[in-house]
Design a protein around this ligand. Sequence first.
Ligand code: ATP
Length: 455
Amino acid sequence: MVNPTKSDITEKIVSLSKRRGFIFQSSEIYGGLNGCYDYGPLGVELLRNIKEAWWKEMTYREDIEGIDASILMHPRVWEASGHVEHFTDPMVDCKECKARFREDQVEDSECGNKAYKGRKASKCMAEGKFTAARSFNLMFKTHIGPLEESSAMVFLRPETAQGIYVNFNNVKDSSRQRLPFGIAQIGKAFRNEINTKNFLFRTREFEQMEMQYFINPAEDQKYFEYWREERFNWFVKYGMQPERLKLHVHEKLAHYARAAVDIEYEFPFGWGEIEGIHNRTDFDLKRHTEFSGKKIEYFDDQSKERFTPFVIETSAGASRSFFAFLCNAYGEEEVTKQNDDGTTSSELRTVLRFHPALAPIKVAVFPLVNRDGMQDIAHNINDHLRTKFKSFYDDSGAVGRRYRRQDECGTPLCLTVDSETIYDNTVTVRERDSMKQERIHKDNLLEFIRAKLDT
Ligand code: ATP
């Protein structure tokens, strides 16, 4: 196994992402738009698979319902939630080079002047080059209707959670759920981050996967611990190496929270939060009751008590998890290559070891050579498999090269039609991770692949 340096890995992942069609810079032909990215043909599959794995885990159970709330909401929502007042970051500017920083991130940043490459921004700050900190609200504003007057101003939501709280009564009444129960949502969120960096880690437009679990306040510790375990285990279940995950308990809590823990992943640039689990108490439901004048409460038939439920929130970034799954899958290793003259040599293979459920393409189908009807057989197999899995046909270049191309996009299985297929209807199935090959009868392929992919 080859161990590229950590800073190398980020660069390699960014370049592989573009080359193979995972991630493109937004509006690239116009020079790009900072902090915004587009998902390419493979990226969109991976992202959908991550969201699907989360959705199944979180909503295919009796006590959780899903919703999809609108991105634009009544502006009072954000007053009630505290975002208008508190969702700010302290911003400082360098008077000399004009670079802008989030004050609490100056320590980790470099001076913006290219002539001082490698110089710490904290040094410039200590030398008095920075302005005083100013508060900057991270919510994007826009207007409803043709007049840009403040009464018609709305925000692009900075989190999906509020769409869940304001629908608590609707979901409770329509689904007839009893406590404890949760509401889950996947959707876009927008934050006008002062600095975007580290590729997909901090972007201005991103997707969240959030679930708010409504409980009796007496049970808050129990469910906080339950969801902390569940969510940590979900990342492990989908292939994250446990030693690259850790829990970070918050000492300093937000004004509404009673407990908070982050699940952090060890990215090539260091540890970073991928999901937060928070005990948000009854803060949000009470604030919406106060601001809307509509009661958001729960009546317990057994104890005959009426109360405002507490909320345990699990808040994951779909895009940030995408980046973490990509880093986690990335590997390079020396492998032995069969040369055309019968000799062997070693070569470096790049492989994305995605969990099969997350892999963008599940199976690739190749004819060994483009003659003797092998292409037709391979096309037929691919047409059949394509109705069940995302599959891919490739007949260009040496078969070894085709394997490498599939390794690089994380395809778990490659099937090769060769001269034996013509006689006995078997094909070679090659596994991505072990690179082991075995022969399987054409008629048994579907069952075989299903078992291997565990789908
Ligand atoms: P940070 O401190 O990194 O700004 P946060 O603590 O404000 O993040 P939360 O509000 O808890 O983040 O958001 C929940 C999840 O949403 C995070 O764990 C992360 O996965 C994702 N997320 C938040 N901000 C961004 C962003 N700018 N880009 C991509 N994902 C984000």
